[in-house]
Design a protein around this ligand. Structure first.
Ligand code: FES
Length: 169
């Protein structure tokens, strides 16, 4: 489960390394799973996978690793479940989209500005869908935005505009 996939990419220009961002997201997810699924029972595998699918639009590899640790379920069982249900996806959506985290940490760090900026993108019409998520599990790098499958931490409106331009190129 150590293989990186396109949907797990991070912006190398953001503060910190990709490994640090991955660890931060995994720590946040571990805290959330401890809160919401404290009994660490393998019967919770499907509810946890649906939670991740809802929040990310797919099942990121870094998150599945945390699920395995938390529920004490082997990777083979996780992937077996993930590939058995048509509503669960291992690959990120290919649509050009922007996901703005509107969780508390991100909102307090300027997530509302990012959401407004994402919705205003002059000149790009409807080429990008703009949606929100309740937490991208990278609260320590708030505010967080995903642009076409790639998460960016410590985002601001100017960087968001330039990232949209780059995604457009
Ligand atoms: S509130 Fe957790 S990543 Fe935004």
């Amino acid at each position: 489960m150590g293989r990186r996939r396109r949907g797990d990419e991070v912006d190398p220009a953001s503060d910190g390394t990709a490994d640090a961002e991955r660890r931060e997201r995994q720590s946040s997810l571990r805290r959330l799973l401890r809160d919401q699924f404290p009994d660490r029972n393998r019967d919770k595998l499907l509810p946890v996978l649906h939670l991740l699918q809802h929040e990310h639009g797919y099942l990121p590899e870094w998150a599945l690793q945390v699920v395995g640790w938390h529920l004490r379920v082997p990777a083979s069982e996780i992937y077996g479940a993930a590939t058995s249900y048509s509503e669960l996806h291992l690959d990120p959506p290919r649509l050009r989209n922007i996901v703005v985290c509107t969780g508390l940490a991100c909102w307090q760090a300027g997530g509302d500005d990012l959401l407004n900026a994402a919705r205003r993108r002059p000149g790009h019409g409807d080429e990008f869908d703009v949606t929100t998520t309740a937490c991208a599990f990278m609260c320590g790098l708030a505010p967080a935005v995903r642009i076409s499958g790639k998460w960016h931490g410590r985002m601001d409106a100017a960087r968001l505009a330039s990232s949209i331009e780059n995604a457009h190129a």
